[in-house]
Design a protein around this ligand. Sequence first.
Ligand code: ASP
Length: 319
Amino acid sequence: MQTYSGEADDRKKEGSGELFGVNTIVHIVPRNPISAAAKTELLSVIFIALVFGVALTRIPREKARPVEQVLDGVNEAIMKIVGMVMEIAPYAVAALIFSTTARFGWGIVATLVSYAACVLTGLAIHQFVVFSILLALLCRVNPVDFFRKITPVMVTAFSTSSSNATLPTSIRTAEEDLGVPPEIAGFVLPLGATMNMNGTALFEGVTCVFVAQVFGISLSLGQQAAIIVLSVITAVGAAGVPGGSIPLLMMVLETLGVPGGGIAIILGFDRILDMCRTVPNVTGDLTCAVFIARTEGCALKLEPMQGWPGSAGSGGGRE
Ligand code: ASP
């Protein structure tokens, strides 16, 4: 903390402490999108991306198509670069753990263990308590039966750390074991793999608070609310690949006035946390698919919640 607190003070003085108020909303609309991107002003970048995306849907298809193809290509290339960097990550992580422990001693290791325990407890509550309640209340299906049937998906997500790599297994399980019709599974699950990341959002929230604490930065209530909003928004933008949320998390930290480089402290643990957070990410997608199938009146292959109002069958047996 001594090493970094000077830097943290400088950051705070740069004015990010007063960023959260009416001005936050005003600053979302950038004067210059390129400079906003260069300064990693995340909300402005997301705002411009949204406006640009909406505009693309409103111009003739043949004009929008080439732009989409270029953007797709740029996205692929950047994902490739991230993939290449991730190849050397195991060695880099070993070096990071070594230098962190050598400089800070065992004390930091104990701190990191409690941080990891906090993330894992949060993920476990979300995975088994929150989803069970949603499945029972909204989908009216038996959560135990659901979790039993999606075990292969959870195992694949855990071992690959990637929502995208788990997608084929998710689609097959949804169609064959849960009874979600292909037209719903084929739409909801790919969308969910890219946009719906419950575990990632939770992890980002805990990590922001943790890194801010390490740097001795106290977060106001407004900043904590901003962490929630930014974590959810950036989790939507995170790629469904191993470590896909790390670059975005750094931007969230910078937006809050916490040095983005502080992420180095947790990188040593990230792979295991990544494996664990990818499980709720894909479980959330499957829960949504089951919910949509239920609202569409499809006959699901899941046991209904006994004794719940409206649980006479888990679906209406759509033709
Ligand atoms: N590995 C996560 C996923 O694919 C993304 C992340 O949180 O880094 O869902």
